[in-house]
Design a protein around this ligand. Sequence first.
Ligand code: NDP
Length: 496
Amino acid sequence: MGLEYGAAEGSPPATLRGSYGLFIGGSFVPGSAVFKTVSPATEEVLAEVTHGTTEDVDRAVAAARQAYERTWSLLPGKTRAAYLLRIARLLRERAPELAVIESLDSGKPIRQTRDVDLPLVTAHFFYHAGWADKLAYAGFGAAAANPPNPTLPNPTLPRPLGVVGQVIGWSSPLLMLAWKIAPALACGNTVVLKPAESTPLTALAFAEICAEAGLPPGVVNIVTGDGQTGQLVARHPGIDKVAFTGSPEVGKEIAKSAALWGKRFTLELGGTSANIVCADADIEAAAQGIVEGVFIRQGHACCASSRVFVAEEVHDDLVAAVRRRMAALRSGNPLDEATDIGPVNSHGQLDKITELARSAEADGAVRWSAPHRPPDRGFWFPPTMFAVVTQEQRIAREELCWPVLTVSSFGTPDEVVDRTNSTRYGLSAGVWTRQGELSAWLAARLRAGVVWVNSFGGLDPAVPFGGFQESGFGREGGRHGLEAYLDLPGAWTPDV
Ligand code: NDP
């Protein structure tokens, strides 16, 4: 039996089925084992979801292979574009309902899922639909030097890779799915995707949309399950490329096995993004950017600005401005329009941040938490700031994927560059200054895939995203992101 959920003002209610099978070969099929997905705000069971086994992953990969060989890779780019456009329009039509499902399952406030995530999800499909019939003209490899005649067979044209295995995490689940599936399909690949165990519901709703769009069976397959199911997908011999979003630890494991079997892979991993506030910055704007960069998504973002470095001269002013905003954050029901901050995504994540916060205090970091009265049920952690930390403390080194930030002061630009670059990550950073020259100087020296200046966290499908060091390998988005889903023979042919 399905359940109907009342939504935020202006959104239709979302109807969840009582249980979901796996989406393989164009329809939902039952599996042999199930698990429950719960609301992190209330711990209420939202639905039963199928746990994908070895046989299930085999079936999904076989369906994707068949679809790749018999239909999808043979279609002209303009036909693939038409399918992507149809998916994009359906996503736009169902966006209010999908936003409700995402908020229910992930705990993200509805204002974030409805006003930020869903528009970006839709934009990714529209954007990549635009590329599907223009790949030969995108300047890739030998085709770039020798513009192709589309009426003739041309070995220098970019080709799809085949069947892609995609495994994603629980922060921004539907957006991560869009980052993965839209470019893969635009380039002519077929997909087996495994969403995170704690946030499978929007991926399953997306499967319904694929069916409604009339996508050829097997082009997109959604296999739910836990880390073991993810491992089965990533290591499957029938997969030609692995695309992963998640932790550096699992990312390294995937890189090793992909390298061993000669598979292509891209990794979007964690980060400890710095927000650098210079002495001349607009303090109120910086404080707002910092609070939005961390707390509005409960810190559940790879690029959450969890490390704040502030010039000594303005340290106290900035801390006061951030605290004021943190104290005003309303936590509560993610479906309430007035909610700024929802629960932590799962019990496991709550345990991790609780333990790390204790260890930070034991290490001497000074904790300040916003006044917060959590509901009796659910996985709640108050918006928290740790002040005056040194780089040796765990809280300053580890990824903070929760509603927590650290603040410390710096003296000179050289010092803040050294401290920002001192972690094993390198995903993104923010710089707040009124001087264009200083922002350019800092951006050039920070080891981060993205640097925002006087803003934080803006994303666009046309702009590549990805990290250095343990924050990842490869880029997603833009023309760079397409490369990760294409075989570019001309690019590697020696010029003899
Ligand atoms: P994990 O690495 O634990 O999990 C990510 C996905 O991999 C989940 O689907 C998980 O399944 C699955 N998985 C777990 N173990 C394995 C394995 N051995 N082989 C294959 N798949 C496996 O990360 P989290 O779920 O904790 O995600 C949070 C991380 O993702 C953070 O580090 C965050 O920064 C990062 N992230 C990066 C982004 C980027 O673009 N750079 C964007 C968003 C998040 P299960 O859910 O069952 O555990």
